[in-house]
Design a protein around this ligand. Structure first.
Ligand SMILES: Cc1cc2nc3c(=O)[nH]c(=O)nc-3n(C[C@H](O)[C@H](O)[C@H](O)COP(=O)(O)OP(=O)(O)OC[C@H]3O[C@@H](n4cnc5c(N)ncnc54)[C@H](O)[C@@H]3O)c2cc1C
Length: 330
């Protein structure tokens, strides 16, 4: 859990390429566990980038060991892709802020020790939003763990109600009014994690499909002997290779201190699309067995879908890429 945290705070101090490889390998076994790590590391990076010395000393050592888990609370019932529409409010009272509102679908939230939460401190629009580091549990915070998900069942997802939650003013992460910008830049690095998660699921689909196609016989031969099956596997391998290269490239640019937002969006868009498509093909290769939970591909099929939705849907990734190419045309 301390992979992106420098050694001085008790972490490993690895670079983002190493982080991407770690998330991918974990996702290959368990996509839910990989998003737990990915969201946690995203907040560790945000604290490193935006936090005060006191915030770094308070949080990073415990996050590095995994004794404490971090979460990210941006989404609300009526503000998802349009994050600037969020309504949760932080009202200043002397040297404190009082938080009220409802956050939705927060990964890790129920198991977290600290939540990076975005609240409105000013008027409407982008500039009125600030980011806070909120200790959990805190008086007035009510967590509702959700279990009615299609996939990633090993990942905690919760709704959080904030009812007069008091935090000290030094819980602000970054400058007041800069919270949406902080949240969006945090999600940019997070997208490398979700692209890696998609690569892991895709790799798992490939391994399972190769093993099954060599073993399962139909019409007197292994189904791998039929081009209809072997070509599916060949395309799966080619797309996995391309998705990995796109993901590692975005991570390498991040490590080099170069702009990587567009590359991270491209990697997430491509890897998640291919994970979803090939998870379906992996089920197809397994025939009826693929539909049963005795084989893992039905889980890959359910887990793959979320990679196209969270940390910016595929439509939002295409908007980011298109805007970089075309400029903003309203
Ligand atoms: C399991 C799970 C875990 C999550 N974890 C977290 C978390 O830890 N923290 C957090 O803050 N959030 C989290 N989310 C929320 C997730 O990031 C949002 O669901 C996602 O950003 C999309 O927002 P929405 O669901 O409100 O969809 P909407 O924004 O309502 O979008 C609905 C559809 O419209 C499309 N759309 C919207 N705007 C446009 C546009 N301008 N142009 C074209 N198409 C558009 C979308 O792409 C989508 O297809 C999680 C969600 C899930 C399901």
């Amino acid at each position: 859990m301390g992979i992106v945290i420098p050694e001085e705070y008790g972490g490993v101090g690895a670079d983002y390429v190493s982080y991407a490889l770690a998330v991918e390998q974990i996702a290959k076994v368990d996509a839910g566990a990989s998003v737990t790590l990915s969201v946690h590391a995203m907040i560790c990076s945000a604290i490193l980038r935006l936090g005060t010395d006191a915030q770094k000393k308070k949080y990073l050592p415990m996050l590095a060991t995994g004794d404490a888990i971090a979460a990210f609370a941006l989404t609300e019932p009526e503000a998802g892709s349009d994050a600037a529409a969020l309504r949760a409010i932080a009202r200043r009272e002397g040297d404190k802020f009082v938080l009220n509102g409802r956050k939705q679908w927060c990964s890790n939230g129920g198991e977290s020790a600290v939540i990076m939460g975005m609240f409105r401190t000013g008027g409407k629009g982008v500039r009125g939003i600030s980011a806070f580091l909120i200790d959990h549990p805190s008086k007035g915070m009510v967590i509702e763990n959700l279990t009615n998900k299609l996939g990633i069942h090993t990942s905690n997802t919760c709704d959080i109600a904030f009812d007069d939650v008091h935090v000290q003013a030094d819980a602000l992460l970054g400058a007041e009014g800069e919270g949406l910008r902080s949240a969006l830049s945090t999600l940019t690095s997070g997208r490398i994690g979700i692209a890696s998660q998609a690569c892991g699921i895709l790799g798992a689909c490939l391994d399972a499909s190769v093993a099954f196609a060599k073993d399962r016989e139909a019409f007197g031969k292994p189904i791998a002997a039929f081009e209809a099956i072997s070509f599916k596997i060949a395309r799966m391998a080619a797309d996995l290779n391309a998705a990995q290269l796109a993901t590692y490239r975005a991570a390498a640019l991040c490590d080099a201190g170069k702009p990587f937002a567009v590359e991270a969006s491209m990697a997430k868009l491509f890897a998640s699309t291919k994970a979803r498509e090939h998870a379906s093909e992996a089920v197809q290769i397994h025939g009826g067995y693929g539909f049963m939970s005795d084989f893992p591909v039905e889980r890959y099929y359910r887990d793959a879908k979320i990679t196209e939705i969270y940390e910016g849907t595929s439509e939002i990734q295409q908007m980011i890429i298109a805007r970089a190419l075309l400029g903003r045309i309203d």
